[in-house]
Design a protein around this ligand. Structure first.
Ligand code: HEC
Ligand code: HEC
Ligand code: HEC
Ligand code: HEC
Length: 241
């Protein structure tokens, strides 16, 4: 009887009996513990709250429009215009006034008081073609010389509307020209800008506001960091224009 060829020796071992399994498990465990306990090295800069005065973001009108009939504080007394003006004849071309010294007209070529004020009835404003308006309707007065801005204002492109967008819920209040502009010097003085947006992506803002300030801090979230440009207040990956 010939010997049967020997069968291949398949040895089945339990996986947990293999030392290599335990070594791999230990290594993974060590890595997980490392992620958990070791410091990451990157701290995320969280900027403090911007220092903004509530008065700078107050949406209320800048001026309160004169009442009807208009009153003015003159030499410490509140008077209506016609208290005096019934007896004062208008001098339409006078620039040297003996009253109202607080009013310094800075309105470009618009240098005459009677371009806007009715020469006879001081309770009214008047256009050059003698249409009169109450002080509350001053926008109509501005319209005769500032047509384009007036039309933009009518359509809501210039100026501001407060109150409700949906007029079923409440009133929409469109501010008049003289609630924002002083009619006697309508140009705004330069307005101090509010702080810009400060997101993590933009990095820490350079607190010293000089264009070539060297103490610029690198942002760990903006990687890779390109070599420092001369304009060091820009984020390093932003190209100069
Ligand atoms: C205390 C009295 C008094 C009161 C109140 C008064 N005015 Fe006058 N106003 C004067 C005098 C005085 C002059 C200067 C006249 C002159 O210099 O010849 C003048 C001049 C003017 C002028 C320019 C010159 C002219 O004759 O056109 C305007 C515009 C004017 N007043 C508007 C007003 C308005 C608007 C009010 C109310 C908000 C008002 N005044 C209230 C006394 C007054
Ligand atoms: C661009 C148009 C315009 C011109 C020019 C103008 N005013 Fe006025 N003035 C107005 C309007 C509008 C008001 C109302 C402001 C408000 O409702 O608060 C006003 C208000 C006044 C008042 C009452 C409020 C205050 O500030 O005391 C006086 C007084 C006055 N004007 C005098 C004058 C005098 C004097 C001149 C010329 C030197 C003059 N105005 C030129 C448009 C004008
Ligand atoms: C009689 C014509 C006339 C009336 C009425 C008039 N303005 Fe003017 N306004 C002018 C002129 C002229 C200038 C100067 C433009 C310049 O210097 O480029 C000017 C300039 C201005 C400016 C500055 C523009 C700039 O480029 O900075 C503002 C804002 C302004 N007016 C607002 C008003 C308001 C608000 C009223 C109504 C209360 C008004 N104006 C009424 C003629 C007028
Ligand atoms: C909500 C406030 C607000 C109201 C309401 C408003 N303005 Fe202005 N206006 C501004 C501001 C802010 C500027 C920009 C000033 C600057 O750039 O220096 C400006 C600029 C202007 C200028 C000069 C710049 C330009 O666009 O030509 C004119 C003229 C002017 N306004 C006229 C008017 C007239 C007329 C009305 C009414 C029909 C009016 N404004 C209503 C806030 C207002």
């Amino acid at each position: 009887m010939s010997k049967k060829p020997s069968e291949p020796n398949y040895q089945i071992t339990h996986p947990l009996d293999r030392p290599v399994i335990w070594i791999i498990a230990l290594v993974f465990f060590a890595i997980a513990a490392g992620f958990f306990f070791l410091p990451t090295g990157n701290s995320i800069p969280i900027p403090g709250p911007a220092n903004v005065s509530p008065a700078d973001i107050n949406p209320a009108p800048r001026f309160k429009v004169l009442s009807d009939p208009p009153k003015a504080m003159i030499n410490g007394f509140e008077r209506t215009c016609m208290d005096c003006h019934v007896i004062i004849d208008a001098k339409p071309h006078s620039t040297d006034l003996h009253q109202h010294a607080n009013i310094k007209l800075q309105h470009g070529l618009n240098t005459r008081c009677v371009n806007c004020h009715d020469a006879k009835d001081r309770n009214k404003l008047a256009t050059l073609d003698n249409k009169t308006f109450d002080y509350a309707q001053a926008s109509q007065l501005c319209a005769q010389c500032h047509g384009p801005v007036y039309r933009q204002w009518e359509r809501g492109i210039h100026g501001k509307t407060l109150g409700y967008w949906d007029t079923k819920l409440g009133k929409a209040e469109k501010l008049t020209c003289t609630q924002c502009h002083n009619p006697h010097h309508p140009r705004f003085d330069p307005i101090k800008p509010l702080p810009g947006p400060n997101t993590l992506r933009m990095g820490e803002q350079d607190t010293e506001d000089t264009p070539h300030h060297d103490g610029h801090k690198k942002n760990p979230l903006l990687l890779p960091q390109a070599p420092e440009t001369t304009d060091s207040h820009l984020p390093a990956n932003e190209s100069k224009h």
